[in-house]
Design a protein around this ligand. Structure first.
Ligand SMILES: [Zn+2]
Length: 307
């Protein structure tokens, strides 16, 4: 189980004009007031930092520190300050699970201090150009040089450090087209990025190449390797178990099947929404950043090719 938690109170710098236009899976707009980054020990050498916009895992040891994901740009100074408490010699590598700005926003600051950014190839391709996240009415400018991934991989990559293996596995066409799942083999800890949302419906980013089939396949891959002791870190929400991830898979499959059936019967999006295909799951997942309506609409687009 996760170890003791200690809090680092931080004050967010004045919010810049590039923040998200709407709250949701990409994180809420920083209030401009106090924010808190919590540090939670997962296993020896592995800590979860939450509060920077997404879940960040810090991996520390004699060979140096690695971060998986880097949070929102607005929280980067506080994230770096918190990381320094557990990794005083700095960060060698930053792994991005995907390109979204709430997972890559700290890259620039960490890159300026010498960290190398690692990601699946499609993450770099997207970050190198302006991206239009229409679902959130957000235009994300092309990343600066120090924020761009330096090391990229196609299917998989291994970082051998600190007497441990960190396996990075590409999950094709899942939340986006560039999702990387980070698996610490010995420690039995996995960070799924936004392939897994522990407390809400996922944001299926069809505009970035995401799909339900890929999302389910990625979750199945993790379930096939996980056991009852695996600590499963979602992109957002609390550290979870294999049983939590299996329940999430069951939800994805059940809602997807219903939306597909209705779409194949020729129903319109409005009719599919009116049928409330998520009704059995709203108690568990309906209060997250992605509404049931948005989830069903994106599923409908993905599964029917209609809008
Ligand atoms: Zn995301």
């Amino acid at each position: 189980m996760p170890g003791p938690m200690f809090r680092v109170a931080v004050i967010l710098a004045t919010a810049s004009a590039t923040l998200l236009a709407a709250p949701g899976a990409l994180g809420d707009r920083a209030s401009g007031n106090a924010a808190t980054i919590e540090i939670q020990r997962l296993r020896p050498g592995l800590h979860l930092l939450s509060g920077a916009g997404c879940n960040v895992v810090a991996w520390t040891g004699p060979d140096g520190a690695v971060l998986v994901d880097s949070g929102k740009a607005e929280a980067a100074p506080q994230l770096v300050e918190s990381v320094a408490r557990i990794a005083p010699r700095g960060v060698r590598f930053v792994v991005n699970t995907h390109w979204h700005p709430d997972h890559t926003g700290g890259n620039a600051l960490l890159g300026q201090s010498g960290a190398l950014v690692v990601s699946q190839e499609n993450v770099r391709l997207r970050m190198a150009e302006r991206q239009d996240l229409g679902e959130y009415a957000l235009e994300v400018p092309a990343a600066t040089a120090e924020a761009l991934p330096v090391v990229t991989f196609d299917d998989s990559l291994v970082l051998n450090l600190n007497g441990e293996r960190l396996e990075l596995l590409h999950a094709p066409a899942a939340h986006t087209d560039g999702d990387g799942i980070a698996w610490w083999v010995e420690a039995n800890v996995v960070h799924l990025g936004d392939v897994f949302h522990a407390e809400g419906y996922p944001f299926l980013d069809t505009g970035s190449g995401g799909s339900l089939a890929g999302l389910v396949a990625a979750v199945e891959t993790v379930l096939s390797r996980a056991d009852a002791r695996t600590l499963i870190v979602p992109g957002h929400g609390p550290v979870s178990t294999r049983a939590d991830l299996a329940a999430y898979r069951d939800m994805l499959v059940a809602v997807g099947r219903r939306v597909r059936e209705l779409a194949e019967q020729g129903r319109s999006l409005e009719e599919v929404l009116a049928a409330e295909p998520t009704a059995a799951f709203d108690a568990r997942y309906g209060a997250g950043g992605v509404s049931a309506e948005r989830f069903v609409r994106l599923l409908f687009e993905d599964l029917s090719g209609r809008r």
